[in-house]
Design a protein around this ligand. Structure first.
Ligand code: HPA
Length: 280
């Protein structure tokens, strides 16, 4: 069942009452928390205080929204996110994105931890997402269309905004941060992939694999937001190396690249233009 407009408005109102509106939102992936410290005048609300929000169940996901200022922009940081593998419906997984839209957010930066499928990549590198492959066959827009947000059949030709990608590449270069580019493949999880599945992903054109981001991208594009996606390659995907994949390694590598990541995020936010690319 789609989350009703009434529930979305109630959730947005709860956030607005405590935190106020926002222009830009950042969703922090596994191991990338702490960026909220960049906010001036932060005001936060826990997921458990937002009506209709599910509870995050994953270690490394704190579960709150914090709004403050970075340079001249009102930025909402979502620390912790909901995953389909936790048992949440895709409506719930993407509810925060709808709430952000109601709070005025027009630019969304999605970050995540991902396994490197492209054998040119190395753990600890960042990857700018150029496009996605949805391997789950699931779609968060299934069900009645919420016409106030967007059309029944939204275009995904430029899911990740070309102009924002330019800004990210230019900023990374300016700070001497390696920013790879590639296609993110959404795998349902929670089990990691098999080596055969990773070979399949590579054959299909995927460069990195992870368990989030795509449903949020789809809903954000449906809302007409421009989206930027950045992955941390926390590990090489199954079978690339002769070692098993584990969540502790993912969190540890996320923490290791956190400083670079935070520098890049602030620099990107500082250089965002006001113009919104073509509406959907
Ligand atoms: N596979 C899927 N999701 C992930 C991985 C991986 O190897 N690393 C971090 N998130």
């Amino acid at each position: 069942m789609a989350v009703s407009m009434k529930k979305l408005h109630a959730a947005a109102e709860a956030v607005r009452r405590v935190c106020g509106p926002a222009d830009v939102a950042v969703v922090l992936g596994s191991g990338l928390g702490g960026y909220e410290e960049a906010l001036i005048g932060p005001r936060e609300i826990g997921f458990d205080e937002i009506p209709g929000f599910p509870k995050s169940t994953v270690a490394g996901h704190a579960g709150k929204m914090i709004v403050g200022t970075i340079r001249d922009k009102r930025v909402l940081i979502m620390s912790g996110r909901f995953h389909h593998y936790e048992g949440h419906s895709l409506d719930k997984v993407t509810m925060p994105i709808r709430v952000m839209a109601l709070l005025g957010v027009r630019t969304l930066i999605l970050t995540n931890a991902a396994g490197g499928v492209n054998t040119d990549f190395h753990p600890g590198e960042l990857m700018l997402i150029t496009d996605y492959i949805n391997l789950t066959g699931r779609n968060p827009l299934r069900g009645p269309n919420l016409d106030v947000f967007g059309p029944r059949f939204p275009d995904m030709t430029r899911a990740y905004d070309p102009q924002l990608r330019e800004v990210a590449l230019e900023r990374a270069q300016r700070h001497g941060i390696t920013l790879r580019q590639g296609v993110y493949a959404w795998w349902n999880g929670p089990s990691y992939e098999t080596p055969a599945e990773i070979r399949m992903v590579r054959t299909l054109g995927g460069d990195a694999v992870g368990m989030s981001t795509v449903p949020e991208t789809i809903v954000a594009r449906h809302c007409g937001m421009r989206v930027l996606g950045i992955s941390t390659i926390t590990n090489m995907a199954a079978g690339v190396l002769d070692t098993p994949v584990n969540h502790e390694e993912v969190l540890a590598m996320g923490a290791k690249v956190r400083d670079d990541f935070h520098v890049l995020l602030s620099s990107i936010i500082d250089h965002l233009s006001e113009e919104v690319s073509e509406p959907i």
